[in-house]
Design a protein around this ligand. Structure first.
Ligand code: PHE
Length: 356
């Protein structure tokens, strides 16, 4: 018994991990362990022998068990000490730099445009980018046979075979938001609606997805003169100088009369400059809202009239920030975004002059 004791107490003291301890436990006091086997022999002993051997074996078993428990917690303490020694961090070190993204010029210009029109009493409205045939065309006095439908290079969504309803479209302009806003709000109304629009077109000044801002002002005594004044106010605030504009008589099914507006610019050495040179860039379409359009939106054309316009946001962003190719706006080239992007702290305001 003394040999057993010495052997296990020494082995437990020398164990270096929990697995070794568990093996020792099984060998000594497990079901078939050496101490357990000795206990089974008690049955064969005389009562006198048993009275001596029984308590001694129990005491040995207890001693081994408590040596195992003591060693186990000593090993756990040592493991914790080791972790505390090796796993530390210096909370006084400076943190890793986080590269800040930039505000895309389109977002910035949308904010600038909104700030200028807000100052003139326009509020901001929005509408869906996937639009019904009715809102994108019919309500705007473009019936289904009208050539303007073909001219717009519309993206149509797919209808199931046998479903003859007109397909939804990716809106080709922000004008459907005019109808939705007049329906919801009635007259008088003064809104702008910035957002994405879609047409199948691709070159230096056209991309299949681009951005417009619609403007709409309806009241009892609004004229073309108000339209001209509002646009001129807008351009001089936006560009921070008087800009030469060219109003050209034009035609849109939803306005009568209609005018397109170009801005004077030059294209030189890979930059476009506004207010100089002898090129013109078309930046908007406009006119007096057609009586049929008012009627389609439940507004009485005998009582109300007003103007509408649709500005190409990307176009005026190109002009203001000297960006010669529209396609670059949507290439997600990080070098371009860092160069032309804005700091998030650069909030456009009228009193801040709107520019960087
Ligand atoms: N919706 C026209 C376009 O996208 C622009 C426009 C808007 C013209 C409002 C007149 C009035 O070309």
């Amino acid at each position: 018994m003394q040999d057993l004791r010495d052997k296990y107490i020494a082995a437990i003291a020398a164990a270096t991990d929990e697995n070794a301890l568990e093996e020792l436990r099984v060998q000594a006091v497990g079901k078939k362990g050496e101490v357990s086997l000795k206990m089974r022999e008690l049955g064969k002993m005389t009562p006198e022998e048993r009275q001596v051997a029984g308590p001694a074996l129990n005491a040995l078993k207890d001693e081994i068990n408590s040596a195992l428990a003591g060693k186990k917690s000593a090993l756990a303490d040592a493991a914790l000490d080791e972790r505390l020694r090796t796993e530390w961090l210096d909370v006084t070190l400076p943190s890793r730099g986080r590269p800040a993204g930039t505000i895309h010029p389109i977002s910035q210009v949308t904010e600038e445009v909104s700030a200028i029109f807000a100052d003139m009493g326009f509020s901001v409205a929005e509408g869906p980018q996937i639009e019904t045939d009715w809102y994108n065309f019919d309500a705007l006095n473009i019936p289904s046979h009208h050539p303007a439908r073909a001219e717009m290079d519309t993206f149509y969504t797919h209808r199931a075979e046998g479903d003859n309803r007109p397909p939804h479209v990716l809106r080709t302009h922000t004008s459907p938001v005019q109808i939705r806003s007049m329906e919801a709000q009635g007259a008088p109304i003064r809104i702008i609606c910035p957002g994405r629009v879609y047409r199948a077109d691709y070159d230096q000044t056209h991309t299949p997805m681009f951005n417009q801002v619609e403007g709409l002002a309806i009241d009892r005594d609004i004229s073309m003169a108000n339209l001209k004044w509002v646009l001129e106010q807008f351009f001089s605030a936006f560009f921070g100088k008087d800009v030469k504009t060219r109003f050209r008589a034009s035609h849109f099914p939803f306005t009568e009369p209609s005018a397109e507006v170009d801005i004077q610019c030059s294209w030189q050495d890979g930059t476009v400059k506004v207010g100089e040179g002898d090129d013109w860039l078309e930046v908007l379409g406009s006119g007096m809202v057609h009586p049929k359009v008012l009627a389609a939106a439940n507004i009485d054309p005998n009582e109300y009239q007003g103007f509408a316009f649709g500005i190409g946001i990307d176009r005026i962003a190109m002009l203001k920030y000297g960006i010669p190719d529209l396609r670059a706006f949507f290439d997600s080239d990080l070098r371009w975004l860092r160069h032309y992007g804005f700091s998030s702290l650069d909030q456009p305001t009228l009193h801040g002059g709107l520019s960087r």
